[in-house]
Ligand binder design. Sequence first.
Ligand code: IN0
Length: 418
Amino acid sequence: MDLMRSVIAGHPEEVYSLLKFKLGGCGTVQTKCHYDQMCPSMRTCYQYLNQTSRSFAAVTQALDGDLRYAVCIFYLVLRALDTVEDDMTIPLATKLDMLHNFYTYLQDPGWRFMESNEKDKKVLEDFPTISQEFRKLKPLYQEVISDICRRMGAGMAEFVQREDVDTLEEWNKYCHYVAGLVGIGLSRLFSGSEFEDAIVGEDTELANSMGLFLQKTNIIRDYLEDQVDGREFWPKQVWSKHAKKLSDFRQPDMSQNALWCLNELVSNALLHVPDVLKYMSRLRNQSVFNFCAIPQVMAIGTLARCYNNIKVFRGVVKIRKGEAVKMMIHATNMENFKDIMRPFCEEIANKMSPHDPSYSLTMETVETIRQLTTTSHSLTVQSTLTPLHVSCALVVAAITWQYWTQIHWIYEHYIEWK
Ligand code: IN0
């Protein structure tokens, strides 16, 4: 299905990336974990990580040394905290108490929460397994994770009592709590592992931008899903210029207003790209680079797809699997990272209209990103295949795909946790 989607969309070169990825030839996300050598509780943690996010789990498990355990536990602990924040069935007073005290539960071997109705409730129900592994991490990692949980829990408590997000300043603040702090924590883990220089952990501004760029992209993309669930994360300062209520953007006669608001928010998110590029250029360790690069290239791809796209208000906007895999495989060094970013920036530039109220701000940012991402080579020149070559390759690909799908099914059901 993914193969066909890439071909239909006029991107047969993605077929090669999809096959390479599916056949396991992708070093970026190849796991270095040996489950058989792990204690049962750590194995369970990896199981939870794999259940919550497959592609993120793969790059996490490819991290070097003890960093992979620290990041896995950090992710699960954050998932648990996030699950508390999201659960609308928890009474407000209980929720506030839990958010403020969450970091103390890391030291309590018996703490668990059995009353959640959320899809990831397992991480709360089996929190003792996660906290047990947390307490085995080296003290420096424990301090970082605990500190981030304390600050994030307090920040979430502040926002849980509000209906919506008012100003752009507040939008930045909310995104700082739920994602910027993740960037700050991860960066301190990277430096603490000594795989990265101290400056990576010390420069909290850049680390914060890494998280803000991801979170703003999620918020922009998830407009409809959040509306359906009764949540609003788009900042009022921006949407109130174009509508009386945020939900108005769902009306067909509000399309132009909806797009102007959307474009202004995309433009705001793009402001973080220069910081993202600077942060990425400081990374020295290959596994850390891959881990950080993948979500960022997915985000710029998603933003480019969302820009001026009415489908944001009608359904789900996603990048093709083939495109995502191609990016995952290539995002392994700074030159390639820029080569992936730049065409998305051009995709936005091509969709811009001078009638758009945020045109000049977007143009300015796009121009800055253009300058920062200009490199000596480009991904597009790599494709020198003739149409005949491509057609033959597609036939071979389709046959291999069928064969592989069957083999992989057997593999996944038999071998995974043995
Ligand atoms: C993340 C981030 C993440 C990874 C690498 C470096 C980062 C630096 C700063 C901030 C966050 C960083 O990545 C994940 C990616 C992810 O989960 N992707 C999903 C797809 C999706 O659309 O949700 C997948 O299934 O692969 C991420 O989104 N967040 C996250 C959470 C914890 C950690 Cl340790 C790292 C969530 C968020 C809110 C953006 C911070």
